[in-house]
Design a protein around this ligand. Structure first.
Ligand code: PMP
Length: 396
């Protein structure tokens, strides 16, 4: 059977591939410490689970409106006002099966063949795959460790051309943990205001997992609001990755286009999840704050452990739950037959010889780094780092 050429435009996410490889080794009886995880290792808060149980009992079991229940879209508007001081109407909101689908909707609604899409590296794996799927041209801008992995206004200005259709970024960023503050977003907004043809996807899924104090959204810039698409969801902030609910807040025209697209792909997401999401988005955020307190402790410990590893160069993450060290000082080194040529080799070496799973930075457009997740318990983090250290010390 000949499969479609569409499939050749992109590859399987490296994050999922690493999780799969780790599972395979574990199935063979090996004790693998998983520091590749892209999801909180916490349970969904009780009040949200209760809302879902009630929704089942109340028979929320039918097809839902494609863009989501009206009262859920109102709850999203409430959240955007409460947390971000942003005013949206339900007609601006499209609820999807995860932020991943919201991103897919947005990219497929905007990007035509050969349109340029600017993505600062490192970036979340799926961004470039979606652009390639849409037939667009990915234009990567390499950000520097010295700038905290944030794009500067000058770099942005230099990258924009008349064919630039879209700019995509996440803040807090997966994988670097970079968080743009208000001033930095002001400077980028000023550049965008000179280029009205550029739409902006602002992926804010790690909004609550922020160690720098405050979350800023570029949608707060009134002059850009007619071309900013906010992407967010329940996966990270509420520990609900498996529930599959994401949403976008976008100009009406874009929201309508996404509604049309989603109407042919998946229709509205799970009814029970949607009812529970209303509770998640309108109830106090105590459970989220408690989870973040735990991430704060782990981040502190992870930074101490990273300083103890020879040759790692890194910026402290201001958000999300990843460390993203540059590991190129190990390139060219060997342990027996294992030669480390790049980040892929190092990540595979750590898995096969150290029994710790991480993700190669190549998956995020930076082949000098690896991503180490701290969405795992402190004892597992300690154990994982001990193994990383021992494995790296064997490289000569
Ligand atoms: N954006 C970023 C930056 C992410 O890291 C992820 C999940 N790893 C997503 C979007 C997708 O989240 P969801 O589970 O809502 O599809």
């Amino acid at each position: 059977m000949e499969l479609s050429s569409l499939l050749n435009r992109f590859s399987e996410p490296e994050t999922l591939r690493m999780a799969k490889l780790g599972r395979e080794l574990r199935a063979k009886g090996l004790d693998i410490v998983d520091l590749s995880l892209g999801e909180p290792d916490f349970d969904t808060p009780e009040h949200i689970k209760e809302a879902a149980k009630k929704a089942i009992d109340d028979n929320w079991s039918h097809y839902t409106p494609v863009a989501g229940f009206l009262d859920l879209r109102e709850a999203v508007c409430h959240k955007l006002q409460r947390d971000n001081n942003l005013q949206y109407k339900p007609e601006n909101i499209v609820v999807s099966t995860g932020a991943k689908q919201s991103l897919a909707n947005a990219v497929l609604s905007l990007v035509d063949t050969d349109d340029e899409v600017i993505i600062p590296t490192p970036f979340w794996v799926t961004y470039s795959a979606l652009v390639q799927l849409a037939g667009g041209k990915v234009k990567l801008i390499k950000t520097e460790l010295e700038n905290g992995y944030k794009i500067t206004p000058e770099e942005l200005e230099a990258a924009i051309t008349a064919r630039t259709k879209l700019f995509m970024f996440s803040s807090p960023c997966n994988p670097s943990g970079a968080v743009y503050n208000g001033e930095e977003l002001n400077a980028l907004a000023e550049v965008f205001s000179r280029h009205p043809q550029v739409a902006i996807i602002s992926d804010e899924i790690y909004e609550y997992i922020n160690y720098s104090g405050r979350h800023y959204s570029i949608a707060g810039h009134e002059e850009l609001k007619d071309r900013v698409i906010i992407i967010n969801g329940l996966s990270k902030g509420f520990a609900m990755t498996g529930w599959r609910l994401g949403y976008m807040a976008a100009p009406v025209e874009i929201a309508k286009a996404c509604d049309k697209l989603q109407g042919q792909f998946t229709s509205g997401t799970n009814a029970v999840t949607q009812r529970a999401a209303i509770t998640a988005l309108t109830a106090p955020l105590d459970a989220t704050h408690k989870m973040v307190e735990e991430f704060v402790k782990r981040r502190k410990r992870v930074m101490e452990l990273m300083h103890g590893i020879e040759g790692f160069r890194f910026a402290e993450p201001d958000g999300a739950f990843y460390a993203f060290p540059c590991v190129d000082s190990y390139f060219g080194k060997k342990d027996g037959d294992d030669l480390i040529r790049n980040a892929d080799d190092l990540s595979m070496y750590l898995l096969n010889k150290g029994h710790v799973s991480t993700v190669t930075g190549a998956a995020f457009g930076d082949d000098h780094c690896i991503r180490i997740s701290f969405a795992n318990s402190l004892p597992n983090i300690e154990k994982g780092f001990e193994r990383i250290k021992t494995a790296l010390e064997r490289l000569k």
